[in-house]
Write a protein that binds this ligand. Sequence first.
Ligand SMILES: *[C@@H]1O[C@H](CO)[C@@H](O)[C@H](O)[C@H]1NC(C)=O
Ligand SMILES: *[C@@H]1O[C@H](CO)[C@@H](O)[C@H](O)[C@H]1NC(C)=O
Ligand SMILES: *[C@@H]1O[C@H](CO)[C@@H](O)[C@H](O)[C@H]1NC(C)=O
Ligand SMILES: *[C@@H]1O[C@H](CO)[C@@H](O)[C@H](O)[C@H]1NC(C)=O
Ligand SMILES: *[C@@H]1O[C@H](CO)[C@@H](O)[C@H](O)[C@H]1NC(C)=O
Ligand SMILES: *[C@@H]1O[C@H](CO)[C@@H](O)[C@H](O)[C@H]1NC(C)=O
Ligand SMILES: *[C@@H]1O[C@H](CO)[C@@H](O)[C@H](O)[C@H]1NC(C)=O
Length: 582
Amino acid sequence: MKLSIGLGVLATVTSVSAVKVNPLPAPRNITWGTSGPIPVKQLQLQTESHNPHILNTAFERAWNSITKIQWVPQAIEAPILNYPPVPTGIPKAKRDVKAIQTVQLSVVDSGADLQHGVDESYDLRVNENGIQIHAQTVWGAMHAFTTLQQLVISDGQGGLIIEEPVIIHDAPLYPHRGIMIDSGRNFISVPKILEQIDGLALSKMNVLHWHMDDAQSWPIQIRAYPEMTKDAYSLREQYSESDLRHVIAYGRARGVRIIPEIDMPGHASSGWKQVDPDIIACANSWWVDTALEPNPGQLDIMNNKTYEVVKNVYSELSDIFTDNFFHVGGDELQTTCYNFSRPTMEWLAEGPHTYNDLVQYWVDHAFPIFRNTTSNRRIMMWEDTALGPMSAHHVPTDVVLQAWDNAEAVANLTTRGYDVVVSSSNFLYLDCGRGGDVTNDPDYDVQSNPGGVNFNYGGNGGSWCAPYKTWQRIYDFDFTDNLTEAQTKHVIGAEAPLWSETVDDATVSTLVWPRAAALAELVWSGNRSPDGQKRTTLMTQRILNFREYLLANGVMAAPLTPKYCLQHPHACDLYRNQSIIQ
Ligand SMILES: *[C@@H]1O[C@H](CO)[C@@H](O)[C@H](O)[C@H]1NC(C)=O
Ligand SMILES: *[C@@H]1O[C@H](CO)[C@@H](O)[C@H](O)[C@H]1NC(C)=O
Ligand SMILES: *[C@@H]1O[C@H](CO)[C@@H](O)[C@H](O)[C@H]1NC(C)=O
Ligand SMILES: *[C@@H]1O[C@H](CO)[C@@H](O)[C@H](O)[C@H]1NC(C)=O
Ligand SMILES: *[C@@H]1O[C@H](CO)[C@@H](O)[C@H](O)[C@H]1NC(C)=O
Ligand SMILES: *[C@@H]1O[C@H](CO)[C@@H](O)[C@H](O)[C@H]1NC(C)=O
Ligand SMILES: *[C@@H]1O[C@H](CO)[C@@H](O)[C@H](O)[C@H]1NC(C)=O
């Protein structure tokens, strides 16, 4: 399709626009015009060719959100040093400008599947003649719709406008952008999971990593082993197969991939032990340090039955989940746990074998099962299998490793040729700094305030990964800073995990949002202006505004400041000079 409609006079990218709209994540390239507001009415999607149904429903959803919410933003991107007056009210459209009613959409490859690395770029142009969207794939077009949702705002008199003509060229910096939720420590209901997907889609993230089970509970109904959900917390706190399919379809309709995680061989007890107690080493033995937290349990690597059960559970879930990525855990194996397994202790003594040999045995015997699928499977694991104190000698380099520990882990794994998802606990763990979860812990019986810069660091009244990660800490995380170009090529993106020891439906959304939106922008367009300056101060208005926008869309995001700071842009900045944050 030829896009040749003329534009109004355009400001340059770097100049400050007089518009209030300030979409999050900031587009890679946005150029506002200056010819004035354009009224918008009953937008219709027009395409040259047949549209996949999924695009029509995505557009309907965007339009419904626009008309229902009648958004009034507060998010002007004011320059920092001289605080210009904030435009009050929204300029009325000139009488002679006709309302635009069409969105012309062209998608180059409407068959491209939602999988890792799919092209998510889009171009969006708005002028007096209409709206044009050009995307390589359906998934890029969906991002254009969520941008459009933020561009079309209320004119204050019952109508809708776009403040100025605008051209946007947009594409993500990283292909893997997501959050991790944990429904093993505490149950998270399907509606709350869908709410997370809504937040991800609105902030243009594309991955929901679903850590489904843990040693404490097994919420997933498995046809091959119905007895596993005896270890669900209740009859209500379970996922049926149709629940799983519903979550996957809901995500797909919004461009969000669902990557399931079944944590193996560590963090495993509930569910598995109902099939056969012998496949779990060290059940009920936490008091001798067999696990980092109760409930203890690890799959017994030297029991043949383990592989039969793993195979049946994995292949059943593999048939349900549509993503090429499947996360098989692999974190935090504890050597002491295997003291409780006779076959493993015998094998270690007979060799003699080391604990690393034991992990290698797991890799050698479990990977053929994990690879045995019709899909183009990419196995994803936590870094530990290749880097932990108990780790395998050889982990195939096509495995995607999730680095939770620190920057050295990212450097180490990328040097060795692994594709890495950054989830450094120092920056991206959303659960940190809110106390511990084991009870009667004397660390909390402290009669003075520890104070100082390391306040509560390392567990003394905080949590193992204290402090709480603010949105600024997440946004300012330059996770490729000390990497070579070759290492950086192996960083495929980042995820912010939220472990759920102290999280369930009551708290999940306020802990994820709006902080995950700071990561969303970091991995979509970065944290610097074109001049190389950190744009944290400019991001402040964007994220305060976006928090309100999430709420308006039903995502229960936490407040970050008194609303006064939202309504008085930059009035709450500690420093006027943005360069204070570098
Ligand atoms: C941004 O887009 C405008 C308008 O299409 C274009 O003129 C400009 O070159 C682009 N800037 C960059 C840095 O790509
Ligand atoms: C486990 O399987 C291996 C080969 O697959 C076999 O050699 C061994 O005897 C089996 N062990 C038991 C206890 O069945
Ligand atoms: C576990 O077994 C190892 C190796 O036999 C031994 O050194 C260690 O003391 C045992 N730990 C416990 C808690 O029994
Ligand atoms: C691979 O899958 C096929 C078909 O389901 C099955 O017969 C075979 O045993 C599986 N092999 C492994 C190693 O899981
Ligand atoms: C990665 O870490 C391991 C374990 O600390 C170390 O033995 C290895 O040399 C490191 N490799 C690189 C490339 O840094
Ligand atoms: C990069 O290295 C410097 C100097 O060692 C360190 O202060 C900084 O924290 C590192 N950045 C990251 C993201 O690891
Ligand atoms: C802002 O801060 C930077 C670095 O702290 C400094 O170099 C610059 O001169 C300051 N700008 C103004 C206008 O004060």
